[in-house]
Design a protein around this ligand. Sequence first.
Ligand code: HEC
Length: 155
Amino acid sequence: MHEHAQDLRILIYYISLMLLLPLGLLFWTATADEETRGGIIETERLGVNLIAFADSVRPVSFSQDVQPIFNSRCVFCHGPNSIVAGGAPNGLLLDTYDNVIFGSNFLPVLVPGEPENSTIMRMLENGTMPAQGEKLPDDQIALVRNWIAQGAPDN
Ligand code: HEC
């Protein structure tokens, strides 16, 4: 009985904290002067940068994140059942990890650890590839870039 009363008191304490904190913050931002407001905006920017940073260090999975992008947007040309006359353009198959790493008849299309030196990144970023349909959305391009930056592992 006694313990329950204690639990209840702690619960009420937490609930009031949770209500007071956002209210306090709201009040503070509403009444803050320009300088302080600038500080808040800076803090928000820092938050956005931190999220982008967190995304770039989150391990990207080839099989879960990257291959599905290639499957939906690239493999109908760069695959064994290519719609392109003569088969996958320049022999580039993007249907398995080994084929992606092997690259085309002419060149590897990526350098593990170096997205800035990878043909595939240049083509995704300037929208040359996919040759059909919309440019890949930024978050998908970022996944491929981060996977290459992380050494293009078979994971
Ligand atoms: C509609 C068909 C089509 C689709 C879809 C397509 N490609 Fe291509 N891709 C081509 C053709 C055609 C070429 C050859 C272009 C050339 O040689 O000028 C090519 C060439 C490339 C090359 C250069 C290969 C080399 O070394 O010559 C890369 C890298 C590439 N594609 C990546 C991709 C990626 C990644 C996707 C999906 C996001 C994709 N492509 C989607 C048709 C396609």
